[in-house]
Design a protein around this ligand. Structure first.
Ligand SMILES: [Zn+2]
Length: 177
């Protein structure tokens, strides 16, 4: 497994819509394990392929076994998910505002309103179709990562003025990316 370089906004790969994954082979499984390794190395709870420059609809997630939507969840056991070609089938009317971070937007937290629960259809690493309902931190993380594969980051929830300011800060501190 390899720790990959995480791209920082406003990198163009982060504003590009990713294409469906069509082959479920060793190459895909290598991407998945590299992405998981990268997420763990950076203490993230989710990572979308766009963030490491792979424009495929692939997401890894591990919020651990504490799915509570609190500032300091205390996960003990890992619970790793691979979502390939995820599609939201249903979202709850109940919305929650919660402060998010993003490995591609280091040093910044943004409050985003999202659905509290959702039902997700996706394929696993072998191509098998699955449907599952998610709540709490997992639902929040999935919606954040699906934004990424659609070419959207949490910065897009800000007003234009605030977004410009946030982007300028990122360029100033991370211009090597
Ligand atoms: Zn993110």
């Amino acid at each position: 497994m390899t720790v990959l370089n995480v791209l920082i906004a406003p990198h163009p790969a982060l504003s590009t819509k990713a294409a469906p994954a069509t082959t479920f082979d060793e190459g895909l499984r290598q991407h998945l394990s590299d992405m998981a390794e990268t997420m763990y190395a950076d203490n993230g709870i989710g990572l979308a392929a766009n963030q490491v420059g792979i424009l495929k609809r692939i997401i890894v997630m591990d919020v651990g076994d504490d799915n509570s939507l609190t500032k300091n969840p205390t996960p003990i056991k890992p619970q790793l998910f691979y979502f390939i070609n995820p599609e939201i089938e249903w979202e709850s009317d109940e919305k929650v505002i919660f402060e998010e971070g993003c490995l591609s937007v280091p040093g910044q937290c943004i409050s985003v309103e999202r659905s509290a629960s959702l039902r997700l259809r996706y394929q696993d690493e072998t191509g098998k179709e699955k449907t599952e309902t998610f709540h709490g931190l997992q639902a929040r993380c999935i919606l954040h990562e699906i934004d990424h594969i659609n070419g959207k980051t949490m910065l897009d929830y800000l007003s234009k003025l605030k977004k410009d300011l946030a982007v300028r800060k990122l360029i100033k501190h991370y211009s090597s990316n």
